[in-house]
Design a protein around this ligand. Structure first.
Ligand code: M6R
Length: 649
């Protein structure tokens, strides 16, 4: 949950670095710091608190220099104090390091360095890097960094500055994303494209084992074997507006309200109505491979896992393949016997969640073909998967994942349709489902219009202390997701349950103080859900029902204290629509409770989660993507656009 920015060029580095940090702040935000090469040495400013405070400090006592590095931190090793904030320096304060990731052998390295006379000032694992580089052999900073990281076990995305090598930033990647921004007479480093977008759209994604050297005139990249590499330059296809509030009070609300467009963007160019199928160019699953699939395992975490649960219904129904959905964190440590014919699907907004990545690798080691459903272009899961589907939902800045969820379900619908048509789904059924998918953006727009009603309900329930979310079938995952959203951003205890399970224990909790949210669109389990509502009503529970418009809702009307009517769609796709009011409800309750919705406390993953350990692989990402239409002909994990080298390398 940390962010890195670096700059080398001809402009003053500090304002560029602080601005870049501000754009990464959603990734980690308990402390921040900056180091600038000032012509004499390396000058550091850092503090516990937010980037705004650092900006004030740097304005009060300016840092002068044209190369620098900066960091925003979410504490893992060591308390979130000024002392532990990055950058970290060596004994002589000649070298400064910013680092994402975890140095696993930090304790052993620290003990050895202390025995050798090094003085440590912080509790962090990162500080060992500064002292290692201080002692490392080599004539240049890059040689010393290479020698130092050879002693490290763990993960890192790091940027290093040295007083003895002015006008240079050295970068290394192992298991934590780092990219270079390519400017004209200037270069940038960042853990996320958002940090450089104000200056350049051209980026180079580093691979694991890469070491890059940046000076104002050139950059070069060497791989783990010290061979110079010419990496592709990719375009960032989204605009600065995508990472700005644009008049909304919070990114979460902005991202909820964008869903009509983001679901459209996921579907755009991918529906083949005449053939009743989907065009998924990057999926890399030819018909003969589809025919050989006898089992699917979906691995994911959090909201993405909930999307996977919806995906199970979609794929089993359309493609008639058994699907299991596993928490990635459990799957990766489980025993995975080889199962020929199993397709693994890794779902991740960020494409960097460590558990999902490791689960994907475990699946591959067990002989599975692996595909990704990923939002962030060029992310590690996208690069390591055999193929996949990009969501094209645009950057998700709010920690609470919203638009990624609806786009994930849309993408799973496309995948189910594609697999189904390869495996016996009729042309007629395929066409009908394609039409239903195409209607989703408009239906999401209608669901968003419920906001004023949701606000009124939020007023009533903002003081509740607990909430229960119930749903059945394909809407049980929506109940889980509604509860997760509420607890994540409002700190209210909320649980999601299959509605029929309530009577097996949780029913004891129900009284007038326990709001119960039912996800009850009119589908085949609707009558069953009504009888679950009666059980709640009999115990004095207050019911909020998300249901569908139209006739046949009299029974529900008599039971529910509040109704939110979403438009009807195919039952399998209803989660895309029923989720929307629950996102809005969580948001408005959190706002009423005075919570910082975009920066909830203890945000370990976030939809934009940075990995604790993630390892990149072969570069297979598509350029740009999010928020913009895919290239004609679909879009997906097919090759990234390459550009001729910008500047000298
Ligand atoms: O980036 P990912 O989709 O892999 O992230 C997985 C979860 O950490 C994420 O969905 C998390 O549950 C959200 N913050 C929930 O809103």
């Amino acid at each position: 949950m940390c962010g890195i920015v670096g700059y080398v060029g001809r402009r003053q580095a500090a304002p560029i670095l602080v601005d870049g940090l501000g754009r990464l702040e959603y990734r980690g935000y308990d402390s921040a710091g900056i180091a600038v090469q000032n012509g004499h040495g390396v000058e550091v400013r850092k503090l516990a608190g937010r980037v705004g405070a650092l900006k004030v400090e740097v304005t009060r006592t300016p840092l002068i220099g044209t190369s620098g590095i900066a960091h925003t931190r979410w504490a893992t090793h060591g308390a979130p104090t000024t002392r532990n904030a990055h950058p970290h320096v060596d004994c002589r304060e000649r070298i400064a390091v910013v680092h994402n990731g975890i140095i696993e052998n930090a304790d052993a390295l620290r003990a050895a360095l202390e025995r050798a006379g090094h003085r440590f000032r912080t509790d962090t694992d990162t500080e060992t890097l500064a002292h290692l580089i201080e002692d490392a052999p080599g004539a240049t900073l890059e040689e010393r960094v290479a020698a130092a990281i050879a002693a490290v076990v763990g993960t890192y995305g790091l940027a290093v500055l040295s007083a003895d090598d002015p006008g240079k930033v050295v970068v290394a990647r192992q298991g934590s994303p780092v990219l270079l921004g390519i400017g004209d007479g200037e270069f940038f480093v960042a853990s996320d494209a958002a940090a450089v977008l104000a200056h350049t759209r051209s980026v180079v994604y580093l691979d694991d084992g890469d070491l890059a050297v940046l000076t104002p005139d050139r950059y070069h990249v060497t791989d783990a074997d010290a061979h110079v590499q010419l990496r592709d330059v990719s375009d960032i296809a989204w605009d600065l507006e995508a990472i700005e509030l644009g008049g909304y009070p919070h990114f979460m609300l902005k991202e909820i309200c964008e869903q009509r467009e983001t679901v459209q963007s996921t579907l755009r160019g991918r529906l083949l109505f005449a053939d009743g199928t989907a065009r998924l160019n990057g999926l890399n699953l030819p018909p003969e491979t589809c025919a050989g699939i006898n089992r699917i395992v979906i691995v994911a975490c959090g909201t993405s896992w909930h999307a996977g649960l919806v995906g199970r219904h979609l794929i089993e129904e359309l493609a008639r393949v058994p699907v299991v959905v596993e928490y990635a964190s459990e799957y990766r440590y489980g025993r995975q016997p080889p199962r020929p014919g199993t397709l693994a699907i890794a779902i991740s907004q960020s494409g960097e969640t460590a558990d999902t990545l490791e689960a994907m690798r475990a699946a591959r080691a067990a002989g599975c073909r692996v595909v990704g459903i990923v939002n962030v272009v060029g992310s590690t899961i996208a690069r390591e998967a055999d193929g996949g589907i990009y969501l094209h939902a645009g950057p998700e800045i709010g920690v609470a994942s919203t638009k990624a969820f609806t786009s994930q379900i849309a993408a799973l619908g496309l995948l189910g349709l594609y697999l189904g048509r390869q495996r016996g789904l009729s042309l007629e059924a395929g066409r009908a489902f394609a039409c239903r998918l195409a209607q989703l953006p408009a239906l999401v727009g209608q669901a968003l219009a419920l906001e004023p009603e949701v606000v009124a309900i939020a007023e009533t329930f903002a003081t509740a202390r607990n909430a229960l979310y119930l749903g059945r079938g394909v809407n049980f995952p929506v109940a889980l997701e509604g509860a997760l959203k509420l607890k994540e951003i409002s700190y209210l205890h909320a649980e999601g349950y299959p509605a029929a399970e309530m009577k097996h224990g949780p029913i004891a909790l129900i009284d007038a103080d326990m709001p119960v949210v039912f996800v009850a669109p009119r589908d085949e389990v609707y009558p069953k859900v009504l009888s679950n509502m009666q059980e709640v009503k009999a115990r004095g529970g207050r019911i909020i029902a998300v249901t569908t418009d139209g006739a046949g809702t009299e029974g529900l009307n008599a039971l529910a204290d509040h109704r939110l009517c979403v438009p009807a769609t195919a039952p399998l796709l209803s989660p895309v629509v029923t989720t929307v009011p629950l996102q809005l409800l969580a948001y408005h309750i959190a706002v009423r409770r005075g919570c910082d919705v975009d920066r909830p406390r203890s945000a370990p993953g976030g939809s934009g989660s940075v990995p604790q350990s993630a390892v990149g692989g072969e570069d297979r990402g598509r350029a740009g993507g999010s928020g913009h239409p895919p290239a004609p002909g679909g879009g997906g994990f097919q090759g990234r656009r390459s550009h001729p080298p910008a500047g000298r390398r």
